[in-house]
Design a protein around this ligand. Structure first.
Ligand SMILES: Cc1cc2nc3c(=O)[nH]c(=O)nc-3n(C[C@H](O)[C@H](O)[C@H](O)COP(=O)(O)OP(=O)(O)OC[C@H]3O[C@@H](n4cnc5c(N)ncnc54)[C@H](O)[C@@H]3O)c2cc1C
Length: 450
């Protein structure tokens, strides 16, 4: 079977294209790149790696390649990119996708039916990688993390077997996959619930960045007491002057409030009134289909070189807002493309019955700083500024991490309560005792954890 798998060896003509990650700043030099087209071929790659003392790093396109920090000669890079199938059952509100489906593959089918998946800011991101890490998106305050809407997964485990993980079959594996990351096997297919979104009112309000302080203070006050149907993210942006960026924001420094309201436009507009009274220069709010949420945040739709860092904050006091303005607003000298603040709360804080490993996110806000590494000199500047920002926000930092918003190697213990981490290690020992799988945020076997 292995001889039927599309393999790219080091040094060949296709090498650079095959090993490239979506994050173009990351240089991956694995032993080889394997591009299986189905679950049987995935199993063959896993068996081959095991027999040849190689490890396996699984990637759809490599949005999170920074956390792997470059795979090397001891690792087969298993790229799932040929397995992109997606289908939905609108009546049962379910979707089933293959390993490399992106959110846009799901929303293209679900959105016309008034159904939404719990996707995040970008239609481009892989469903499986995003969901294994938890999955925080526009509808999270209402419907929770994407991982807790998962119904089942098909998984090739370290022994090369294709197994099903759901409430009845391999329930421990099913639990671990839901927020515990990619340490346990290769997910070849994922099934998850879709959610009703018959009416959505979403868009952004934009001001010149000289207004950063008053807009962020007003936004922060506005967020207290919002219904779970209203989600909102605020951001300070320095938009590059690239031709594919829409004209009103291209090359500008801005403060932006984005929001999505799950309900009628009149009610959404009523809730937004205090922010509109601040006189934005651009207001894009409109009734939109669910698929529009994948583009609202204006994420790049092509691979880019970037660095990012996120923080979970217990609260956002006026002093915290002042700190953010000083570090990322006018006069800060910030080189960041974007610093965003996501309002959490609502369903994120309530563990659903029989939740997965990431049952809740209990903090009040999630930040994300992003910089574009357009040349090698930018690396140090951006990373120094991301550190400066995270140090400045230390007084509000919850001391825990949301894995999907960390794209450098960290101690994965920071992403889970101690008892959850221990249970994840037990599942790792049961399904992958030899640590074959190398995930972006690895769960080590108990003996190796130290
Ligand atoms: C532009 C952009 C926007 C984002 N927006 C959000 C957001 O709104 N909310 C949010 O929560 N996150 C967001 N993220 C983070 C994103 O969810 C993570 O980077 C996620 O890991 C990406 O998954 P991927 O499959 O696309 O990336 P990859 O780098 O290909 O995969 C990431 C990891 O997932 C695991 N994995 C992937 N596929 C499989 C598989 N088939 N079987 C087993 N393991 C697998 C592996 O461990 C791999 O290292 C964003 C990232 C980017 C770059």
């Amino acid at each position: 079977m292995m001889n039927e798998v599309d393999l790219v060896e080091r040094g060949g003509e296709q090498w650079d294209a095959a090993r490239a990650a979506w994050n173009l700043a990351i240089d991956q030099q694995p032993a080889m790149v394997a591009r299986p087209g189905n679950a049987a071929e995935v199993a063959a790659v896993v068996a081959y790696a095991r027999e040849n003392d190689l490890r396996v790093a699984v990637q759809a396109e490599g949005h999170s390649a920074g956390a792997l920090a470059g795979v090397g000669e001891d690792t087969v890079l298993l790229k799932t990119g040929r397995m992109t199938g997606a289908e939905i059952n609108a009546e049962e509100r379910r979707a089933r996708v293959q390993a490399a489906a992106k959110w846009q593959d799901v929303s293209a089918l679900a959105s016309p039916q008034g159904l939404a998946a719990l996707s995040g800011s970008s239609a481009e991101v892989g469903v499986v990688g995003y969901t294994l890490g938890g999955g925080h998106g526009w509808l999270a305050r209402k419907y929770g993390l994407a991982c807790n809407s998962v119904i089942a997964a098909d998984v090739v485990t370290a022994d090369g077997q294709l197994v099903r993980a759901d409430r009845e079959n391999n329930p421990d594996l099913f639990w671990a996959l839901r927020g515990g990351g990619g340490s346990f096997g290769v997910v070849t297919a994922l099934e998850f619930a879709l959610h009703a979104a018959p009416e959505l009112y979403a868009g952004m309000l934009v001001w010149p960045w000289e207004r950063t302080a008053d807009v962020l203070h007003a936004w922060n006050e506005w967020t207290s007491g919002l219904p779970n149907e209203m989600s909102t993210w605020a951001r300070v942006m320095q938009v590059p002057p690239l031709p594919d960026i829409p004209e009103p924001v291209r090359g500008r420094q801005l403060v932006v409030v984005e929001a999505a309201y799950l309900g009628a436009g009149e009610m959404g507009a009523e809730l937004l009134r205090p922010l509109r009274e601040l006189g934005p220069e651009l207001d894009t709010f409109a009734a939109v289909p669910p698929a529009a949420l994948g583009h609202l945040h204006m994420d790049p739709e092509q691979p880019v070189p970037f660095a990012m860092e996120g923080q979970l904050l217990n609260d956002l006091s006026p002093a915290a807002i002042d700190t953010i303005v000083d570090a990322a607003g006018p006069g800060s000298g910030s080189p960041l493309l974007s610093l965003e603040l996501r309002l959490l709360g609502g369903a994120l804080t309530e563990a659903p019955p029989d939740a997965g490993a990431l049952a809740t996110v209990d903090q009040a806000f999630l930040t994300l700083g992003v910089g574009m590494l357009m040349n090698p000199e930018m690396d140090a500047t951006i990373n120094t500024h991301l550190d400066l920002l995270s140090n400045a926000l230390e007084p509000w930092d919850a001391g825990v991490k949301y894995a999907n918003f960390v794209d450098v190697p960290i101690d994965t213990r920071m992403c889970y309560p101690p008892e959850t981490f221990e249970r994840l290690q037990e599942v790792k020992a049961r399904y992958d005792a030899d640590d074959l799988f190398r995930a972006n945020h690895p769960i080590p076997c108990p003996a190796a954890a130290g």
